[in-house]
Design a protein around this ligand. Structure first.
Ligand SMILES: C[S@@+](CC[C@H](N)C(=O)[O-])C[C@H]1O[C@@H](n2cnc3c(N)ncnc32)[C@H](O)[C@@H]1O
Ligand code: SF4
Length: 373
């Protein structure tokens, strides 16, 4: 396969907002202490960085993630959006913003809406006070309901909820209660992540690695059955949606499209290279102010890298991946045949897909594939 043969590769824009109100005790995502001065310097440099984009292509999707983009105020949102609009050839099909419920306000929602945001992803995690406390999450269920109601009142028609399952001491009854409450709100999209005990986080310092192998997979199966039986089709290991509401941005990324990543720590896949920005507001901002942005982890993409990643990320999706044009080689062919005979993988013509059982072992399977190349 030659890169030039690809007819249309969608282009995404990812913006990383590296601040959170109060960090949660389980989270290892890069973030910095929120101060008005730091947020203002970030906004100023981000606007500069947006202006420096030099590409005539239209952005298919835009995604503001974090950290917590909910920390941005209406005026800052307006400034950032005005700079983005200067670069838009047409309205993106999807523009998502992540936020925690306790950062949602009417004025921010209005500012995002005027900017053209048409999808919100709300970091609910749980509706249960005990689970929220166990996760060190500084929000209460009332704030979540209020935020969701406000979002709907404002007319947002594509809303996703993020949930975490298998928190310390969470019971099956509590998990089902969380899922029941989530679907009672009828969001278009639900992401469910099994809690990972990330090294160095306050949670793992307190309880060590609390993961319970059997419980994690039992709960995962409960999540898949519960949501699947209630109209939420699974389209990726951790993602479920009502028909037609899969995240376009994330699917493009998993299919190895191009994207430009702005903001500290954001990664890009762009013009044949993959690279990340410095995970430090200071260093990232200095790079923009001096007109010498610093990048790390630069990889020149070739057919082999893209082929491996297409398979690895493609297998995470229920639609699977077309391997007819990928140079898999005999050893990988044998491996796929083994997986088929163990009912972990299905092959339909050129498409390979993991079965439900295969998805439970997805990390181990993709690691194995990685080792083949
Ligand atoms: C970067 S956060 C963005 C949302 C926003 N910051 C918030 O938390 O409300 C994306 C999602 O990652 C998930 N996440 C973060 N750390 C995790 C962990 N250690 N285990 C499982 N899920 C995690 C949470 O569900 C979170 O909603
Ligand atoms: S889960 Fe979200 S709000 Fe909590 S610390 Fe991580 S990025 Fe910040």
């Amino acid at each position: 396969m030659h890169l030039q043969e690809q007819v249309y590769v969608p282009l995404g824009l990812y913006v990383h907002v590296p601040f959170c109100g109060v960090p949660c005790s389980y989270c290892a995502f890069y973030k910095e202490r929120l101060t008005p001065a730091a947020l203002e310097r970030y906004t100023h440099c981000l606007c500069d960085e947006i202006r420096s984009i030099d590409d005539d292509r239209a952005f298919d999707t835009i995604y503001f993630g974090g950290g917590n983009p909910g920390v941005l105020g209406p005026e800052q949102i307006g400034r950032i959006a005005a700079n983005i609009h200067q670069k838009l050839r047409q309205s993106p099909r999807e523009w998502t913003v992540e936020s925690s419920p306790n950062m949602v306000s009417e004025s921010k929602l209005r500012a995002w809406q005027s900017a053209g945001v048409n999808r919100l992803s709300l970091g609910v995690q749980s509706f249960d006070e005990r689970t929220l406390r166990a996760l060190g999450r500084k929000q209460n269920p009332r704030q979540t309901f209020h935020a969701y109601e406000l979002i709907r009142q404002m007319g947002y028609r594509n809303v996703g909820l993020d949930l975490i399952f298998s928190a310390p001491e969470q019971t099956a009854t509590q998990l089902i209660a969380d899922l029941t409450t989530a679907i009672s709100l009828a969001p278009e999209h639900i992401s469910t992540y099994c809690l990972t005990y990330e090294e160095g986080t306050p949670l793992s310092q307190k309880v060590g690695n609390g993961a319970e192998e059997g419980r994690d997979s039992d709960f995962y199966e409960m999540v898949c059955d519960f949501l699947g039986n209630r109209g939420y089709e699974q389209y990726e290991i951790s993602n479920f949606c009502q028909r037609g509401y899969a995240s376009i941005h994330n699917k493009n990324t998993w299919r190895m499209a191009d994207w430009i990543g702005l903001g500290p720590s954001a990664s890009s896949q762009y013009r044949g290279r993959r690279y990340s920005q410095m995970a430090s507001v200071g260093r990232w901002a200095a790079g923009i102010e001096n007109r010498h942005p610093e990048w790390r982890d630069i990889v020149n993409l070739d057919e082999k890298i893209l082929a491996i990643d297409k398979i690895i990320f493609g297998l995470r999706m229920n639609e699977g991946v077309d391997i007819s044009r990928n140079p898999c080689g005999d050893r990988l062919e044998f491996f796929f045949r083994d997986l088929q005979s163990e009912a972990l993988l299905i092959r339909e013509g050129p498409i390979i897909r993991l079965t439900r059982q295969g998805r439970l072992l997805c990390d181990a399977i993709t690691q194995e594939i990685f080792n083949f190349f």
